[in-house]
Design a protein around this ligand. Structure first.
Ligand code: NOJ
Length: 559
């Protein structure tokens, strides 16, 4: 197994809008992040992934960029950013930028030029097509609902937007556009940033046929994904990104890749491929998807979750590399989703943390996860801010006849805003996030769940995460050990081993509210075992045969 610093690292994702507001405008900002660097250093994370901080009209909270070399006015200035980068480096940490280059904002000067006339030199920076029989060029649906094409009367053509109409897709077929992106990346690398998280990077190469996608039962639009997911030139583009922008820089890269399989991920992350270090796969996040996508919110089974994660563990063993995540700014809070956000909030948040951090791969912590922050249930749709949530509400309630109650309950379970409520720093007004009016309401549970309280309690979820991060630094096996699933058919317990040289780790996690007993393979009892970490206090010698308590986890080191 080749060693690398980015395999040994733990990444912490900051969603700047909701992290910390330093100036009272209700919006988190760069100076707010600076105020909390001691906190992140105390936690022990190595890399901070900053969700986009670039100039943006914020149709999709910064994932619609209008100037790739400027800082969003609400977040501060480039001087603030430079101070942040310096301060992060002084603390021995690194910054990973979000690179959003499948699309830009429609307010980017490139798009303004592109839409101005068919013979503008920037016309081909974007994807323009004539209509078909007076309608859209094909039947693709936008990920944020409605058609993926927008008609522009100035030139009587349509442009492609896989996300909102304010996020036109860039045309990667155009070498000039690609050069622009490499020069932007080089500009940031020369500033000293330490890597990139690449937004929907497997959408870059579109099948040039632009054929219609299949239409599912009763749907208005077709699914275009077979024509843009991992398209024909995707590996070429990623290799070119490396050659033209990344080479010579020892930086971390992770590509966000909806729909990716382990076989494809092996090609994207294989060590001799010159593409990416790791990808964000979505299979475990897609559990419970039904006919209405994530809003169906169907039941999930532990055996399914285990099957998916172990397939990824073994699929990338030895050559590729995994990212490990339960949460990000697009997903509900994990303790509400796979844990128990009531009585067993603390136990289940710790169990989920151990279960993830003991797998092979680079772990990502999403802000507030280390506090066991939960989903939120705002009463009215007016309190939601996320474009995907609002558009979906509109479509499902107003066009598909869903009752408001049904949709609100789906939103409470699955909306991206579950992850975007402000960080709860203390029990003062607005959870200490802002002195003004927050851009989105703070979760009302902040008096109970907040960083100050967690910090002062040695048994908190925060201190548990801190210990997990330390264990990673102390034991090579946590980073490099080979994974093997135990008890694949057990619906309550996620159990696995890791093996490295003569040692093993044994990880036992109970995902249920009930006690769970287990029988382990005989050979494990031949080792001498010490407990490295667990979320219930009892100390034992050797592997305990006692049933696991509700949401209990135990990690043993076997020698
Ligand atoms: C994935 C990002 O994580 C999400 O927040 C965003 O809406 C889309 N890509 C479009 O950029």
């Amino acid at each position: 197994m080749d060693k690398a610093w980015w395999k040994e690292a733990v990444v912490y994702q900051v969603y700047p809008r909701s992290f910390m507001d330093s100036d009272g405008d209700g919006i988190g900002d760069i100076n707010g992040i600076l105020m909390k660097l001691d906190y992140l250093q105390e936690l022990g994370v190595n890399v901070i992934w900053l969700s986009p901080v670039y100039q943006s009209p914020n149709d999709d909270n910064g994932y619609d960029i209008s100037d790739y070399k400027a800082i969003m006015t609400e977040f501060g200035t480039m001087a603030d950013f430079d101070r942040l980068l310096k301060a992060v480096h002084e603390r021995g940490m690194k910054i990973m930028m979000d690179l959003v280059v499948n699309h830009s904002s429609d307010e980017h000067p490139w798009f303004e030029e592109s839409r101005s006339s068919k013979d503008n030199p920037k016309r081909d920076y974007y994807i323009w097509k004539p209509g078909r029989n007076g309608k859209e060029p094909n039947n693709w649906e936008s990920i944020f609902k409605g058609s993926a094409w927008e008609y522009d009367e100035r030139t009587d053509e349509y442009y492609l937007h896989l996300f909102s109409r304010k996020q036109p897709d860039l045309n990667w077929e155009n070498p000039k556009l690609r050069e622009e992106i490499y020069s932007i990346m080089t500009w940031w690398l020369n500033k000293g940033v330490d890597g990139f998280r690449m937004d929907v990077i497997n959408f870059l190469s579109k099948d040039q046929s632009y054929s219609d996608g299949a239409i599912q039962h009763e749907k208005q639009y077709g699914d275009g994904s077979p024509f843009f997911l991992n398209g024909p030139r995707i590996h070429e583009f990623l290799q070119e990104i490396n050659q033209r922008a990344l080479s010579g820089h020892d930086v971390i890269t992770v590509g966000e890749m909806p729909g990716v399989t382990p076989e494809e991920a092996q090609l994207f992350t294989g060590k001799d491929r010159g593409e990416l270090h790791m990808v964000f796969q979505f299979e475990h996040m897609d559990l419970g998807k039904g006919p209405e996508g994530k809003w169906s919110n169907d039941k999930w089974k532990l055996t399914e979750l285990k099957r998916i994660l172990s397939k990824w563990q073994t699929g990338l063993e030895g050559d590729g590399w995994n990212s490990l995540y339960w949460n990000n700014h697009d997903q509900p809070r994990v303790v509400s989703r796979f844990g128990h956000d009531g009585k067993y909030r603390i136990e289940s948040a710790k169990m989920l943390a151990a279960c993830l951090h003991m797998l092979q791969g680079t772990p990502y912590i999403y802000q507030g996860e280390e506090l066991g922050m939960t989903n939120v249930a705002f009463e009215s749709i007016d309190e939601y801010r996320d474009i995907e949530t609002l558009n979906s509400y509109d479509e499902l309630v107003h066009s598909h006849g869903w009752s408001k109650e049904r949709m609100m309950s789906a939103i409470h379970a699955r909306s991206r805003d579950n992850a975007r409520t402000p960080i709860q720093w203390n029990d003062s007004r607005n959870g200490g996030f802002t002195k003004g009016t927050p851009w989105i309401k703070v979760n009302p549970n902040f008096p109970e769940i907040n960083a100050e309280k967690a910090y002062n309690d040695p048994n908190s979820i925060f201190h548990f995460y801190k210990k997990l991060i330390q264990l990673r630094k102390e034991h090579d096996i946590v980073v490099y050990g080979r994974f093997e699933l135990l008890l694949p058919d057990d619906e309550r317990i996620f159990a696995y081993t890791r093996s490295f040289e003569e040692e093993k780790l044994l990880v036992l996690c109970n995902f249920k509210e009930e006690q769970a007993s287990y029988t382990l393979p005989e050979e494990l009892h031949a080792y001498s075992a010490t407990k490295l970490i667990g979320n219930y206090d009892q100390e034992e010698e050797g592997i305990s045969s006692k049933p696991l308590q509700p949401y209990e986890c135990r990690v043993y080191h076997l020698k």
